[in-house]
Design a protein around this ligand. Structure first.
Ligand code: DGL
Length: 327
């Protein structure tokens, strides 16, 4: 039997609330051992080892926590008897940890992140099936070498395009234009496509030697947004991501402040639409910003943090963004 490690970090999947209801629940009630015990048939899929690293609401995740998960996976992956990994996680920031692990972890063994939209005490809770399918995927030979994947609601998503796009429905995740990379039906993965992007062992980054990451902030542009938001966010930051309108743009009132900021720290232009590509524009030449290409603002923030561990050169940073955008 394949050995799969389930690493618990918390989230709704580990929560309990009023019987039947989906709201006002408490995170971190069930540990990973209890989660595994609660899933019918899961022990027939693999030899499962549970390990609780933290048990928190995912809005409280920190880079330190993400690094701890990445390091533990790398450590366990060097054991030949371990086939794959499942990380249980709150759905609210799952896309950030998924992409962080996609860059930081250095194994080709399958890594699947999952969670639930409903607490275990809700009528129609979704956590058990998500965990069942995730363990099955992590144990499956065809899942290796695909980078970090998420399994939510019978769909498999690539970490680079995973996005929570709904606040409460069970079917809350999307892969944007990239769609899902496959389906899970019980213990069977149906792979529809393979990511072209560098990831895990080929990402060019690793968790080894890192104690933290450079500080990168994100600012959202909207009509009449006060440019002082940008100034405040840039204060003490090593880099900045602009979640701009449409193709990643901010209005004229922001241009002088953007230019001044981009003269001090790298500023990535990404799109608040969370989809499509932001490519080099005259705007970048004028203002000094760097286009984020296929990365949405959340992923751009993480990629810029890692990129800044290697370089502060705008051209080199742009090349890294191109590489992560299939160029
Ligand atoms: N507290 C939220 C989180 O951990 C709950 C959301 C969820 O897991 O679905 O992200």
């Amino acid at each position: 039997m394949k050995k799969v490690y389930v690493i618990g970090t918390g989230g709704t999947i580990s929560s309990a609330g009023r019987e039947g209801s989906t709201t006002n629940y408490t995170n971190g009630v069930f540990d990973v051992a209890a989660l595994i015990e609660g899933v019918p048939g899961i022990k027939d899929l693999a030899d499962i080892c549970g390990e609780q690293i933290i048990n928190i609401s995912s809005e409280d995740m920190t880079v330190k926590d993400m690094l701890a998960v990445a390091r533990r996976i790398d450590e366990l992956a060097s054991d030949d008897s371990v086939s794959g990994f499942v990380v249980t996680h709150g759905t609210n920031t799952m896309e950030e940890t998924a992409f962080f692990l996609d860059l930081a972890v250095s194994t080709e063994k399958p890594i699947v992140i999952t969670g639930s939209m409903r607490p275990a005490t809700a009528a129609g809770a979704d956590g058990a099936m998500n965990l069942y399918e995730s363990v099955a995927l992590a144990a499956h030979p065809s899942a290796a070498g695909r980078g970090v994947m998420a399994v939510m609601g019978d769909r498999i998503f690539d970490a680079a395009f995973l996005h929570k796009s709904n606040a409460f429905r069970v079917d809350a995740f999307t892969g944007g234009d990239a769609g899902c990379i496959g389906y899970m039906q019980d213990d069977v993965p149906f792979f529809l496509q393979r990511s072209e992007l560098p990831h895990t062992a080929r990402s060019g980054f690793s968790a080894g030697g890192l104690t933290g990451l450079p500080k990168v902030e994100t600012v959202l542009f909207y009509v009449d947004a006060d440019p002082r938001i940008l100034t405040a966010a840039a204060e003490g930051a090593d880099g900045l991501v602009l979640a701009g309108a449409g193709g990643g743009f901010a209005g004229r009132a922001w241009e002088p402040v953007l230019k001044e900021t981009a003269g001090k720290i790298p500023v990535i232009r990404a799109s608040r639409t969370m989809d499509g590509v932001v490519t080099r524009d005259d705007y970048d030449t004028r203002v000094g910003t760097v286009p984020g290409y296929a990365l949405d603002p959340l992923k751009a923030r993480i990629l810029l943090s890692f990129a800044l561990t290697k370089t502060r050169d705008h051209g080199a940073i742009e090349d890294i963004f191109k590489k992560y955008s299939g160029l």
